[in-house]
Design a protein around this ligand. Sequence first.
Ligand SMILES: [Zn+2]
Ligand SMILES: [Zn+2]
Length: 389
Amino acid sequence: MNPELKEKVQDIAQQLVEWRRDFHRHPEIAFQEQRTSQVLRLALEEMGLEVESLAKTGLRAKLPGKTDGRCVALRADIDALPVQEQGEREYISQNPGAAHACGHDGHMAVVLGAAKILTQLKDFFVGEVVFLFQPSEERPPGGAKLMVEEGALQGVDAIFGLHFWQSLPTGKVGMVKGPMMAQTGDFNITVQGKGGHGSMPQQTVDPILVASQLVVSIQSVVSRSVDPLKPAVVSFGTIHGGTIYNIIPEQVSLSGTIRTFDSDVHATVERRMREIVENTCQAFGATAEIEYKRGYPALVNHPEMVDFASEVTAKTLGEGRIMEIDPVMGGEDFAYFLQKVPGAFMFFGMGDGMAYPHHHPRFDMDEKALPEATLLLTALVLEYLDKNK
Ligand SMILES: [Zn+2]
Ligand SMILES: [Zn+2]
């Protein structure tokens, strides 16, 4: 790898930390990223880039090279989580109830870093780079779909994105060819019974009993209705009902999430869940309402782009940096970009010394990963454009 590139990244290493900490102090959740968007816009405009707004608080910045050619995009998600941050860091969240507990502050910093370096190199590459800053990754229906609908990928030939990953050691890179992250869905079930006195159950239809049956029976969907060689998860996240020990309540509500890699499997899980809810309720004389929301599609990496990104990773950071990883059951709306153009999404390790997982109130990242990830993103762009001149 061009040693000059490494030097250029070292020159902005401090700036990367400052950007990341600034975003960290001022987290904003789904589609409320006003300040975040403004800070990003100013930084990009200061670099001389043409910036347009899309998807409410999202941004698209363009950087043309010396002559026309292919166009490659880098994407960062910009939203925080509705979590109250805990801890004593000097850059702790200033916004009550919001925190960058997933690392998106880091994603913004490294894509800004790549933009800064590529701007300095624009007279040396053929083609164009597009920087996408996407709102609301954490909350379906998410920002990526809207970005795509509003033209984020117009003229784009390839796209790369990364997620800082706490379970990988700092500087390690993990990628999966094909399905890497799950298709998501979530559901709410409201069981309607007939309330009454706890001592006279014969006068009631007990929704607590029905809900209990549902929790158990629905767990059989994955083990009995889905091909054992195809991954699927059904988890309940909430169950609410009742007010006091001696009253049988009118209603119980349940909610949960479904994850699969295959859309047919997803459809099977949804169908079986509906059948179990309807028929169980009928058996007990209760009724139910089911609200089922499809989330993000599975994130499917393009195999040839994973090969390419692996080569660039080895060349830029070293052979030993690539780690074999398994797909994960988390969802990620980068999936929508990959449905439209070839690309690769990767996990970038930043877990050294980090004790708390993503979404935890004390989540943090090893900032030594920032310059390394910036270097990799910059190299991916330059190598892609060079290879496809
Ligand atoms: Zn997250
Ligand atoms: Zn995330």
